[in-house]
Design a protein. Structure first.
Length: 286
């Protein structure tokens, strides 16, 4: 019966694992819904900012704003990589790392001096493992990122871009499309590229002036781009973890079914053997 006891131990172990994965799936589902709400709230504001900048932009105003400076050549660039603090999310973080590696390799091949900024323990651990220098890192951003945290990440980069110390800033993160689709995405947030005006321009009454409004809107536009990347990245992580934990729970259920059938067969064979021994013993006594 040693095999039976071994099987019972394995069944108990898999049952405990399934309880954990099912709980994590439920938690990820709940967090994903809240993260989706933040994504839905961030996108309309980004659309309005884009439309306003598009309508206010003019070539003569562009010369007065450092954030609109379009360098003839890019010599120095910063890459901000957004990852998660936790794992158990399938290939979520590894896909972002692959996207970041491709971007870094492309920029380096163009003889661009690249500095790396990382958000999340998974990304920081990976780049330390491969020996890549990290200019700055943040691991304290929770699953509810704020606009203030986005500003803390990008304000220093904006100042350095305005002063000419940087020629471009890129953000690598996951783009949330659905719970099953969270592809990695690279966005160039600096310099600000004026969006193309779609349709007829709106007739605004500007106060105090277009220049004063753009002074406030351009930094807000860049901060919002980083904030949107943070919330979409978090929604993507929760969706990926939910999918991974659901698959783990389903696999545990399949393993349990196999183990239980094996245990029942072993027990049935043991009972049959005992009956045969009793019948044989009785026949011998006769």
């Amino acid at each position: 019966m040693a095999k039976g006891r071994e099987l019972k131990g394995r069944i108990k172990s898999v049952e405990n694992t399934r309880k954990i994965t099912r709980t994590m799936e439920m938690v990820a589902t709940s967090k994903m819904k809240r993260a989706q709400e933040r994504v839905a709230a961030a996108r309309p504001f980004a659309t309005v900012l884009t439309e306003a900048i598009s309508d206010l932009y003019s070539s003569d105003l562009a010369e007065r704003f450092p954030l609109l400076r379009q360098p003839a050549t890019i010599q120095r660039a910063a890459v901000l990589v957004l990852t998660s603090n936790r794992g158990l999310a399938g290939g979520f973080n590894s896909n972002i790392m692959k996207e970041a590696r491709g971007l870094l390799a492309r920029l380096t091949s163009e003889s661009i001096d690249v500095e790396l900024h990382v958000v999340g323990r998974k990304g920081l651990g990976y780049f330390r493992y491969v020996g890549r220098d990290v200019a700055s890192s943040r691991t304290d951003i929770t699953d509810r990122p704020t606009v203030k945290e986005a500003g803390e990440l990008v304000d220093g980069l904006m100042n350095r871009f305005s002063s000419g110390a940087l020629d471009a800033v890129y953000v690598v993160s996951a783009r949330f499309r659905s719970a099953l689709s969270t592809p990695p995405h690279t966005e160039k947030i600096l310099p600000v590229t004026p969006p193309e005006r779609k349709g007829p321009s709106r007739d605004y009454l500007l106060f105090p002036s277009a220049e004063a409004i753009l002074t406030e809107l351009l930094p807000a536009y860049v901060r919002n781009a980083v904030y949107r990347a943070l919330v979409e990245n978090e929604a993507g992580f929760q969706g990926a973890q939910r999918t991974a934990m659901k698959n783990a729970t389903d696999n545990a259920t399949d393993i349990l079914n196999v183990l239980r059938r094996t245990f029942n067969r072993a027990r049935q064979a043991n009972i049959t053997q005992e009956i045969s021994e009793i019948v044989g013993g009785a026949a011998a006594l006769e």
